[in-house]
Every structure is written in C-alpha cells, then in structure tokens.
Design a protein around this ligand. Sequence first.
Ligand code: NAG
Ligand code: NAG
Ligand code: NAG
Ligand code: NAG
Ligand code: NAG
Length: 945
Amino acid sequence: MFMKIFRYIFLLLFLCRRSLEHSVLKRSIDLIAAHSLVVDSRLPREIAPNSYTIDLHPFPEEGYFKGNVKINLTWHEPMDKITLHVHEDLIIDHSELKVTQYVPDDEKLRSLSAPYEPVEIKVKRSEVIPKQPLYIIHLEKQLKTGTQCVVDMTYSGKLYNDTSEGLFRSHYINTLTGEKQWFVASQLRPNLARKVFPCFDEPAFKANFVVSIVRCNTMKSLSNMPLSKSEELRPNSKWVRDYFEESPPMSTFTFGVLVSDFVSVSVNKTNEDNSGPKINIWATPDFINAVQNTTEKIYTSVRALEKLWDFKFPLPKLDCVALPNYQGTRPADNWGLIFFKESELSGKGSWLITHELVYQWLGALATPFWWSDAHINNALARYVTSYITLQVSDGKETFHNWPMTMLYSIYYEFSKRYPHGKVMAIKQDSSSTKTELLFRMLNYTLGEKTFNSGLQRFMADRQYRTFFGDDVWSSITEQARIDGTLDESITANEIAGSWISKDRLPVLNVIRSSDGTTATITQRVYLRERPHDVPEQEKFLWWIPIVLITQDKLNFSNSFPVKWMKREREVSLSDLPKKDTFIIVNPEEIGPFPVNYDATNWNLLAQFLQSDNRNKIPVNTRAKLLHDAWNLAYAGDLSFSTALDMTLFLKYEREYLAWDPVFTMIDHIGRHIDGSGVHKKFLMYVRMLLTPLYEELGIEAQEGESEGKANLRSSSKVFLCQAGYKPCIEEAQHAFDKWMKAENPDEGNPVANQYICPVFKWGSKEEWEFGLERVINFPPGRKPSERTYLLKTLAGCPIDSWKIEKILNITILEQNGNFTDNDIYLVFSMLTGSSSGYTTLFNYLTKNWNGLKKAFENKPQLWNSLITSSTSVFKTQEGLDMVTKLYKNKQHDFGTADFVITKAIKNIKEEAKWSNDNLPVIENWLQKYLNLEKNVTASEENKFL
Ligand SMILES: *[C@@H]1O[C@H](CO)[C@@H](O)[C@H](O)[C@H]1NC(C)=O
Ligand SMILES: *[C@@H]1O[C@H](CO)[C@@H](O)[C@H](O)[C@H]1NC(C)=O
Ligand SMILES: *[C@@H]1O[C@H](CO)[C@@H](O)[C@H](O)[C@H]1NC(C)=O
Ligand SMILES: *[C@@H]1O[C@H](CO)[C@@H](O)[C@H](O)[C@H]1NC(C)=O
Ligand SMILES: *[C@@H]1O[C@H](CO)[C@@H](O)[C@H](O)[C@H]1NC(C)=O
C-alpha cells in the first residue's frame, strides 16, 4: 500500500495526463456512497405508500423551509404502527399529525358500494429514533390488511448551505443588476429524501408524487413533472403556489425541485410523431449562452436512448440545469430534472451528459431494488453511455480510448498478488469496470442485435418497478435463446457469475500442434506480479468465449465465438490453418483477458506486423498483441526476446492506440532494470524508437489534429526529455531562464510544469539551486501545491547524487525550519522513483546512520518511511547484497523498522531472481539490435546529452 502511493505520486508527476484520465470519470465515489447504504436500517414491509402529496415552501434568505406531506398508504399485513424515515433535521409539528382512514378494514363494509365516510384514527403516541433515523406513529388500534389511510404531517426543515445535499440553497451574483440572487435546489441520492419529507426512503417503495411549491413571484419553480397551474397564496401576496402534474410511480431519491430566477433555452425539435419530451436547459442569465449548443447534444442522446431501450422518454418533459456552485461529486439525476455543474453542461463532448440521461431509464424508470444491486446498474449505465457516445459522435469522441485505458488498469490491478490491497474504492472501481467489460463481451459474442434486444426486454419487464442484479442477465439469456445465439446449455447468468464472483482475471495459453492445424487452449489465473504464489489458484475457472481470427481470413467483423470454455481447464481447436499462418484469439479485447501463444505463432505475428499488411489487423488488436506480449514476459510467462520482437513494428506504427501500452512498458521495464548495466542499452533503444516518431509528429501541435496525435506527441516528449534529448532540454532551460531573470522570482512561477523536471535533471547546478531557494523562500500567500510540485521535482528528477544529498541534508540533518515532516515524506517517496534516487538514499543512510536515527528518534513513522524508501526498491543481486549487509551490521538497531527491512529483503530476493533470469535475455536482444542499427544509433545518440 505504502509503495503503491509512492509509485502513484511518481507516476502522477511524470505521466500526469494518464493518471488524470482515470479520475475524470469519477466512478468510485458513486459506488462508495452506495456501499455505505448496504447496512442502512430497513423499513418493515407491512405498509407501503401509494402516493405522496407534497407541498414545500422554502425561505432561501432565512435558510429553512416549511413542508406538508400527505402519504396515501395501504396495509399489506395487519399493523398498529406506521414506520417512516425522518431525518433529525426535520421538525415535525406533532399537534398537526393526522391519520385518516379512507377504506374500511372490515371486508363486508368494503364490498358495499355505498360511499364510506373517512374516519380519523387516533394516534396513541409518536416516537423518534434519531440515529436510524426513524419516526414511528403508534395507532390506537391495529388495522387490517387492505386498509387505506392518509397520514398528514406538517413540518419544517433546514435549507443546507454548505453542501449540495438534501434541499439546499445557494446564490449567484447577477452581473447586470449586481444583485445577490438566491436559488433552492435538491439532491436526494442516495437516501436524503428523509431530509425533505417524511417518507419510505428506500428505492423499492415507489409511489406517485403530487407536488406543489410556494415561491416568490419573481422566481420560477421546477419539479419532476410539468407545471399544471399557479395560484397566488393570498390576494396581492408576493407568494405564488405552483402545482405540478402527478408523476408516475417513482423512488424517493429521484424527487427533485428547483426554485430560481434562471432562464432557459428550449430544444425545438420533437420526434416525427410529436411524441418526444419537452426539453429545456436552464442557467443563470450570464451563463445561458454557454449552453446554447448543448440543446442539440441532449436531444440527440435522448433520441438514441429511446431507440436503444425501445422505450420513449418516460416523462413528458426534461429539464437540464447548469447550477452555479454545485458541489456534488456527480450530477443530481432527479427524474426529469437534472442538475449539472455549469462546466459539465457547457463542456466538450457528450459522454457525461449521456451518462446522466441513461440513469433516467436505468435507475429512475427501472430501479435497483437495493443499493447492493446498484453496482450492476452502474456498470450497465457506463456501458450504455459508451455505446451511445460512440454512436452519436460517429466514433469521434474517444473518451480515453474506451475501453482500452480502463482495461489496462484492471489487467494490472487483478494480476497483483493482492488485488487492490484493502482499499474499498479501488476494489469497487475495478469490479465495476470488470462488469462493464463483461457487458461489452456479451455484446460481441451474442451479437449487438441480441444484446440490445435483451436490454429492451429487461426494460419492458422492469419499467416503473425495481430489479435485482440477476434480472439483467436473465433477460439477455431469454433473448439469446429466442435468437439462437447461445446454446441451451449456457446462460448469461452463469457466464457473468464466473467473472463477477472473483477479483481475478484469466489468461489463455494457446499451443498449436507442429503442423499448426490443431491447438490446445488452457486457462488459468492471470498473475503478473511475482511471486505467483496465490493459494488455491487451480480452483479458479471461467466461462471464456474463444473468438478466433486466422491469417488466411482476416475478418474482424465476425465476433461470434467458435467455442465457449465452460469453466473447463482445457479445450482443443481443430481445422486451423497450416503452421505458416498465424491465429489470433480474443481479437479487439472482446473478453477482458490476455492470451499467450507458442513461440512460432508469436513470431508469425511479429513478422506480419512488420509487413505492409499490418493495418489488416485493426489497431486495438495490434495494441493487444503488443500489450499481452510484454506483460506476459514481465510476468515470466514468455521469453523477453519474443516480446521485444513484437515491438519491432513500432518503427512503422503511427497510431496512438497501438503506442499507448508502449509508454507503460518503457516505464515498467525501465524502472525494473534501472541501475543495471542493461539499462543504458535499453534507453538507447527507447530513444531510437521515439526520436523518429517525435520528429515526424512535429514539435508544435497542428490545428485540427486528432487527440491521439497530440497525446502521442506529448507522451513521447515526456520520455525523450527524461532521456536527455537536447532540443527538449534547451527548450526547457530557455523557459526556466525567464524565471531566473525575474525581478521577484518568489512572486510566482512562470515556467510550465513540463519544463521543470528536465531542467532539474539535466540542467546546471545554478538552475537546481535556484529551484531549491524558491522552495525555501516560498511565500505563505502562494498556492502550497506549487511548492509541493517544486519540492517533488527537486528530489525526484535529479540523477546527480550531490543534489539528492544536499536536499536530504537541508531537510533532515540541518533542521532547516522551512521543511515539515510531510516534506520529508515526500522527498523519501520521490527518491524511490529511480535507482540513482534510492541508491543515493541508501548510501546516505549508511553514512549518516547515527545522525538520522537521532533525528527520527521520536518519529517512528518517518524512520520507517526512510527504511522503506532506501531499501525496498532494489531489484538486483547487488542491491540484495548491499541491503543484507546493512541489515547484518545494524541488526538490532532498526527499531520499529525491523519488519520493514525483513520484508524488503524478501521482496528483493524475488526481484533479483527475475533480474537473473531476464536481464541476460534482454541484454542479448538489445545488443543484437543495436549492432544491426549501429550507424543509425551513432547519429541518433548525438541528439542526447
Ligand atoms: C389512495 O391511493 C389509492 C391507490 O392509488 C387510491 O385508489 C385512493 O383513491 C387514494 N386515496 C386517497 C384518499 O387519495
Ligand atoms: C450558512 O448559513 C449559516 C446560517 O445562516 C451561516 O452562518 C453560514 O455562514 C452559511 N454558510 C455559507 C457557506 O454560506
Ligand atoms: C426555440 O424556439 C424559440 C421560439 O420559437 C426560440 O426563441 C429559440 O431560440 C429556439 N431555440 C433554439 C435552441 O433554437
Ligand atoms: C455554438 O456552435 C456554433 C456553431 O457551431 C459556434 O459558432 C459557437 O461558437 C458555439 N457556441 C459556444 C458557446 O460554444
Ligand atoms: C457490439 O458488438 C458489435 C458486433 O456484434 C460491434 O460491432 C460493436 O462495436 C459492439 N459495440 C460496442 C459498444 O462494443
């Protein structure tokens, strides 16, 4: 865990773009919220609501609201008390509490057609259970099954102003009038309706809503349904009551209101048969222009979703609001009334907007029964969003190269010895990603038609109701049976179950016979991090589709499997082409699993990729072959010489998607062999790959170039700069010079972040020391994150040990008051990023043992961190010897860090074994390559420091 954070910080620094990509999609927060609810106290099921009639009167300036709710209830079992969710911030007026019975509990009376005079049922007492938070109304008698009553409650509540949760208020300044304008909005996900009205706050208790809102006559109000009429509260009053039409059955968390003076643009298009919802976008008068163009996007996505679900938008209208200061981690997806952050609604692309629209069906119309069923809902929503986005943008919007980026991240996560440590957020995140990819796999293997019809079947079945996770798979199975795309013996539930139930992924091993015409395929757990000592791994088995491409028929549009591995360890294939043509299993990453082959097949692939026919294999598959080869080699399951042969085609490859895994490879392998003799050769090789690519791309971005091209340029530049590419270093120094010449350099930093690391790494003593002074003199008024960035790069970038020693002296031994313990942590963690960093730290520790022990005498955390950073990252026999020697010499002197170093030694042993096995192979391959390209190498090397 410790190391993971270090690595993450390090990667963040150098690969900012890549790490950010993931956070943009904000998924885990949503899931965590759902998780905490799995233990929420559940309401009894004897009584259920039919409808809520809600009247709200907010007073935004005063910060509270008044409310009244009439809940129409039916008794499904005899019961003498009514249990409701009421948050402790709601103050119920007990004197106004009334329960009226409208349907008699006597069956005989009920069968009479004569009108029944409503009777009031006496309330014995009411009881608040604040922690739960429940409100229990004890009745004077038990009512029988079939009884209907209305509970009438008057109350008041808080308008929150420090969060965007519950019913909250905020304001904006109207630039025309200069006035402060209040508005009130709501966000009730996942269980905050209880802060706005007494209710049955669980998704499964769906009921009709009849809403009215009292607002000031200069404002407007919106709710889930269209306005039906407005009335002055009293003659000449400034208050007006708006009445809204009755909603279809909905869950409490989808209830929404807005009271504001916002203005709107409407989408003037309707469907051919005039059936579409009336769509409006709302924003402050200042912001409305920024969302003009969004109308088209929303309309297009709604149409595409109606077609996908074969279900018209379920409500008569849809309002999308750009809400100033909205602080929610996700838009508030109330049914028919969605609140976005302003930037989200005016932003580029349509992924995010579509994602919220998807929830109008999957979530609001058909709702997960309980929050534990929500993960499947979220995964499906994300799949559907990607499907729609690809469709409406005609493939132009790539949203982080869906699904490749997230696929690679789960390949890394699930192949660790301990997937996602103990971090719940990572666990939920990767499980959700896996489920999303499972939907993608079923789409390919059953065919898009079957898959989409399966989703329609599901929606038709669950509309206005709730569902369990399994219902989705069942509907897909039923459709597949009808279409004949799945054998009688297979269900989507079983397939999905085998993937969902474990935090692992499989790897396939495909070995062809000597004439090539048959092959054995085996499955096992995919493990990348060593050692592969995961217990009971032989028990893991999956349902795996075998989709096959052969060189003689390069038809990538047929994605039906030739066979399913039905939790079988081994299957065989026959009728394959002869041995001189390759086969590809699992093209286009149809299933989330890597595939290994025999050396002959890999070689055929490597050859083909270097030929002019390379583009007959689509780019995602080219990327997969490359990604699988080097990861399998990294795991110890494939010879590095075969894996490196698979990189040879990169000389001709110009598509970003194929290059994407390469940058990770350079980083991982580079890090692993850093400090060994092979590293220099590896760097030379990397430079020879990247320099021509970068020079061909051109230094400056061209107008209208693709996102991929821009990414390719910036990624290759980062690596070339790190490797000392002269034009890059000069550019960086030039930029840095401006700062050095500034009159008051401590006022601000004019240098773009990308230039700082190359200067600290390759630049002069003066430049580095100038940076150090800026940290020491950093004025309190400036953003602390700028200081942190400087400190990180000052420590993490240099290769000269004197710089590292100097920063250690200043921060630790000289007790310079400008540095905190946190700074020291940061320095340690940054030094684990390169062998020069951790080797210098190790030597520093050995040399200054007593001084350091004394400095950290009362700071065991820092001491442990020092020992971790200085010992645990070594990878070679030499490193192992150094660390072991230190341990022997100071055996009884490690104190709290004793467990750290013993663990470190164990890890280094494992890594050293890897190095012994692989370094000679890598070195051999690189030497051969560099010999062949001797002439080129010399001229390219001149370009580097
Ligand atoms: C309560 O709801 C039921 C079912 O929707 C309806 O038939 C009945 O008229 C409602 N009663 C009142 C008093 O609104
Ligand atoms: C929220 O309201 C309270 C009471 O009206 C006030 O003291 C506080 O400053 C407000 N907070 C914000 C963030 O506006
Ligand atoms: C929709 O129509 C109204 C009135 O006809 C017009 O004012 C508005 O600009 C139109 N909106 C868009 C987005 O074209
Ligand atoms: C809206 O689209 C038009 C035409 O494509 C463009 O000229 C305009 O700048 C866009 N407006 C905004 C606010 O993006
Ligand atoms: C769904 O599968 C079809 C092949 O049946 C494929 O063409 C399409 O791209 C897939 N859609 C997604 C979103 O993966």
